[in-house]
Design a protein. Structure first.
Length: 325
């Protein structure tokens, strides 16, 4: 099997590509390198360019006519940035995805897995969601994912293409073999900020402390990126038999930011200090999945703990500069 991975030189896309390789699936990587890293595509079939570039997509399929499916990971993903630049986010995530699917149809590609997000849900009072929960995205980034899902459903209803949306919760960790990890030196999510605070010897800011959670901090479903990648391999293997159009990928356990910090301090040799701060633009209380659909349909369940994710993130942070030119 050969699979086109868009955004395949980014954090999640490169990890999916590694998992595919380990499973005997050959990834073909497409990445504009706006946020991705060329180093993450080394030793893989790689095309540098944009998903909306029709002639490039035609070239990829012309040179790789045996591509069986696409994993579409290419997107901008930083919530505060989407608040500051909604036009840029809609253009990158929605407009270009529409053009991309049109190019896929022209080239006879009939299978696509879409990297979606659990940020599109409206969480219940208990902060849990399943695939049938109402949608209520609270940031431009989240709305781009919701718009794409609706757009893809309409396209799949009228054209010979099947599209599966995998709604990620909160990826942490790195490839356990340290082939790839977070490419950003200063990532904006909670664990990245904890590592930054640890490295710099400064307090970690808990942004938002008045949410209706058990300790006032935001709650998330932290899932190891290698487990996410394994779910993509399982979805590719079972794609034609799947009837669901949406599957949640999470651990099924909610962890607050304070609890994540406590887990972080159990792993490191020098605990970080915690201070409270206001929420960032676009931040929400959060949610975690109560669904077991991924287990039933994909025979998938997370294998790595939060502590594993923290350890692998710290290990990657120590070697990142030596891996990235």
């Amino acid at each position: 099997m050969r699979v086109l991975v868009t955004g395949g030189a980014g954090y999640i896309g490169s990890t999916v590509a590694s998992a595919c390789l380990d499973a005997g699936i050959e990834p073909v990587v497409l990445d504009s390198l706006v946020t991705g890293r060329r180093e993450f595509a080394e030793g893989r079939v790689f095309y540098e360019g944009d998903i909306s570039d029709g002639p490039l997509i035609d070239k990829i399929f012309g040179e790789n006519p045996d591509i069986d499916a696409v994993v579409h990971c290419a997107a901008l993903i930083v919530v505060p940035d989407s608040v500051a630049d909604p036009i840029g986010y809609y253009r990158a995530n929605v407009t270009k995805s529409l053009e991309f699917v049109d190019h896929l149809l022209r080239n006879g590609c009939t299978r696509m897995i879409f990297s979606s997000s659990a940020s599109i849900y409206r969480a219940g009072d208990d902060h849990t969601v399943d695939e049938q929960s109402p949608l209520d995205p609270q940031s431009p980034y989240a709305r781009t994912k919701a718009v794409c899902e609706g757009m893809f459903a309409d396209i799949a209803a009228g054209h010979p293409i099947k599209i599966l949306s995998l709604r990620y919760f909160n990826p942490i960790g790195a490839d356990p073999e340290m082939r790839t990890g977070l490419q950003l030196r200063r990532p904006s999510h909670a664990l990245g900020k904890m590592i930054e605070a640890y490295e710099d010897g400064v307090p970690f800011q808990i942004t938002g402390t008045d949410y209706p959670t058990r300790d006032g901090s935001g709650i998330r479903d932290y899932v190891h990126v290698w487990d996410l990648a394994a779910a993509h391999v399982a979805a590719l293997r079972r794609f034609d038999a799947l009837e669901a159009g949406v599957i949640n990928l999470g651990t099924g356990a909610g962890t607050t930011v304070r609890e994540l910090a406590e887990a972080f301090n159990r792993v490191v040799d020098r605990p970080i200090e915690l201070v409270e701060a206001p929420p960032r633009p676009g931040d929400v209380a959060g949610a975690y999945t109560r669904s077991d659909l991924a287990r039933r349909l994909l025979d998938w369940r997370p294998r790595h703990s939060i502590e594993d994710g923290i350890r692998h993130s710290l290990e990657w942070a120590r070697i990142r500069e030596s891996r990235l030119a």
